[in-house]
Design a protein around this ligand. Structure first.
Ligand code: COA
Length: 187
């Protein structure tokens, strides 16, 4: 974490070897339109209908910028060497009483397979367990999304079960896998 006074842990910028994770801002809209409307990005996002228009992608940015909440956020993964935006990630459903939250993440296809998201999620986890005092971090993954499940297992998440027909999109229900990592678990 590079901010000097981290008053709101959802609003700070995180730093890894190769990346900055900085809160999404309105100037990210052109990137967000390219990124979120890419079929490879939403291919396994079965918790909502596909994002296919610039208006829908713009609305995602506007949501985070105009309605910052205390239970969710979105960071943009920015490569330190050239400032290129590679994808996004963030927390949602932060429950302070139970000290748990859920993560989400998406990388543009050009940048997949190079370890960027592993680096970003590892930083998110460290931040969650320290600055956010989380005990449990969850992720929900469509059953066909093998790369995402692989990433979570590498980062110490345990597969806890199948959420049967848990989301409806594209005219059908989709099973999802529930993963969680506890603060005292080995990575
Ligand atoms: C899920 C998703 C983020 C995984 O991205 P990814 O790039 O495959 O994941 P990683 O960042 O962990 O990179 C994996 C591969 O990068 C390579 N890699 C890992 N670290 C590396 C490094 N430091 N340098 C270079 N390459 C590296 C490896 O080949 C690694 O695979 P391996 O661990 O099996 O050897 C990506 O597929 C995605 O965004 N999909 C679309 C959106 C989505 O489905 N989001 C998740 C919803 S639950």
């Amino acid at each position: 974490m590079i901010d000097s006074v981290p008053a709101d842990p959802l609003a700070v910028t995180l730093e890894t070897d190769r990346l900055l994770l900085r809160p999404i801002r309105r100037e990210d809209t052109p990137f967000a339109v390219r990124h979120f409307t890419d079929p490879e990005v939403y291919r396994f996002m079965r918790d909502d209908e596909p994002i296919t228009t610039a208006e829908q992608a713009t609305a995602i940015v506007a949501f985070y910028v105009d309605q910052p909440g205390d239970t969710y956020n979105r960071w943009v993964l920015v490569r330190k060497t050239d400032g290129v935006a590679l994808g996004t990630c963030g927390y949602h459903r932060w429950n302070r009483q139970h000290r748990k939250a859920e993560i989400g993440y998406d990388l543009s296809p050009t940048w997949q397979g190079q370890g960027y998201m592993r680096e970003a999620v590892a930083a998110m986890l460290a931040h969650g367990f320290t600055a956010m005092h989380l005990h449990r971090i969850e992720a929900v993954v469509a059953v066909a999304n093998a790369r995402s499940a692989h990433l979570l297992r590498q980062l110490g998440f345990a597969h806890e079960g199948v959420l049967r027909e848990s989301f409806f999109s594209g005219g059908q229900f989709h099973d999802h896998l529930l993963f969680a990592r506890l603060s005292h678990a080995e990575a």
